[in-house]
Design a protein around this ligand. Structure first.
Ligand code: ASP
Length: 426
């Protein structure tokens, strides 16, 4: 048990993937002992479904508190004012929109979901819908009472309440009334504690991920054959390709608007990028990102604090890109056409879901529920995404961190940084 605990989670997931693929393949190709086992016990590939269903249920349970506390926390934490704040907001927003558009274009061009049609159709196509009306959708999402969004796990309603409360709390924190200010501060601390509690439970759920991956892969390969996994390969390549385009976009935007060259940026930021890839957490990487920006790239502290410490808490472009691509991927897989209005909802929800992703491992997968629910995509396929998410999470986290650092460099602009450079020898 102690030896098992020492194995890093991603290795456990890779092992589960292989074991599941071998077992599923043996089942699919009619390996004698497995066939007799099925006949005598009634166990089949389908019997593993409950394991991935269980993980999905817990993820849905955690989505509500995680998104609620993360959205409020980001709004309160974004302590920015003045012209630089406006510039930062514009930078972050435009980067995120570009990220989502890149994701949507790549998903439309490569059609990764179409390679998994035989896997996805097992549940049947998505239900027929009336002509889609984006305004009705947004109007219907406004809660009419405080309790039901939480009761029904209605993520859009919860996000709207979180935004309203976050903005109100920020205003009340500036209050002249010390008693009111102090009770809001207490509430803020409680919310933060609640966020930490949710993250802790999410951490336990991660320990179940190898089991869920084993179950999904065994079931899919046993029922659909090994070829079904090649579709996941196309999915991984498409996401990595889109993330690379996003990385290139940062480098171009930064070299136009800052004094830092792309090579210097990549060299100076490499510690942060490696740490992001190895921890899959942009929040845990924040101190290293800050150090790389101020010490290696000689960015002024005021710009680094704003771009990294403030921007980094709610800016997750890699996650936004991934969420939008995943929605299209699943829609393609089940043969569901997403009209333009629904794609706009995907864009809006991906922005919100990336803010709510909170910079911790796999958070994007939890907040993805919001995007799926907003456009009526079946969430049953999310466990399938788990099989490769250990890798894609690391890739998108690296882009999240790169985005923080690029925005910081642009915030610094072409300004003089000589006060931070070491003195020339006489
Ligand atoms: N792991 C990502 C991050 O920390 C969030 C996500 O799951 O997309 O930035």
């Amino acid at each position: 048990m102690a030896a098992y605990k020492r194995i890093p989670l991603f290795l456990k997931i890779i092992l589960s993937l292989f074991i599941g693929a071998i077992l599923g393949h043996a089942w699919h190709s009619g390996f004698g002992p497995l066939v007799s086992l099925s006949e005598s016990t009634g166990i089949s590939g389908e019997s593993f479904k409950w394991i991935s269903d269980l993980v999905l249920r817990v993820l849905r349970l955690l989505a509500t508190p995680l998104i609620f506390t993360a959205v409020i926390g980001s709004i309160i934490g974004a302590n920015i004012t003045g012209r630089k704040a406006g510039k930062l907001m514009w930078l972050l927003m435009s980067n995120t929109i570009v990220a989502i558009l890149v994701g949507l274009v790549v998903a439309n061009v490569f059609q990764p979901g179409s390679h998994l049609r035989n896997v996805f159709t097992e549940k049947g196509a998505a239900p027929e819908k009336e002509p889609y009306n984006i305004w009705n959708h947004l109007l219907d999402s406004v809660p009419t009472d405080f309790i039901s969004p939480f009761q029904k796990n209605d993520i859009i309603g919860i996000i709207l309440i979180a935004i309203a409360f976050g903005v109100a709390m920020r205003m009340l924190l500036l209050s002249e009334n010390p008693a009111l200010k102090s009770s809001i501060e207490h509430f803020q601390k409680t919310l933060n504690a609640f966020f930490q509690l949710t993250s802790k439970v999410l951490h336990w759920v991660f320990e179940l991920v190898p089991l869920a991956v084993f179950a999904v892969v065994t079931r899919v390969v046993a029922t659909k054959g090994l070829e079904s996994l090649t579709g996941m390969g196309v999915w991984v390549l498409s996401v990595v390709f889109a993330l690379l385009i996003m990385g290139a976009f940062y480098l171009i935007r930064m070299s136009i608007s800052s004094r830092i060259s792309p090579i210097a940026f990549l060299k100076g930021g490499k510690d942060a990028f490696f740490m992001a890839f190895s921890t899959a957490s942009s929040a845990a990487t924040l101190p290293v990102t800050y150090r790389c920006a101020t010490e290696n790239l000689k960015i002024k502290d005021e710009n680094a604090s704003m771009g990294i410490m403030v921007g980094g808490t709610f800016n997750h472009d890699g996650t936004a890109l991934y969420e939008a691509m995943a929605a299209l991927f699943i829609a393609q897989g089940i043969g569901m056409h997403l009209p333009v209005g629904q794609q706009v909802i995907v864009v809006i929800m991906s922005v919100i879901a990336s803010v709510g992703a909170a910079g911790i491992p796999e958070a994007g997968l939890v907040t993805m529920l919001a995007v799926f629910k907003a456009v009526n995509l079946p969430v049953e396929y999310i466990p399938l995404l788990l099989t490769v998410d250990w890798f894609l999470d690391r890739c998108r986290t690296t882009i999240n961190v790169m985005g923080d650092m690029a925005s910081t460099a642009i915030l610094e602009g072409r300004g003089d940084s000589t006060e931070r450079l070491p003195a020339e020898p006489a």
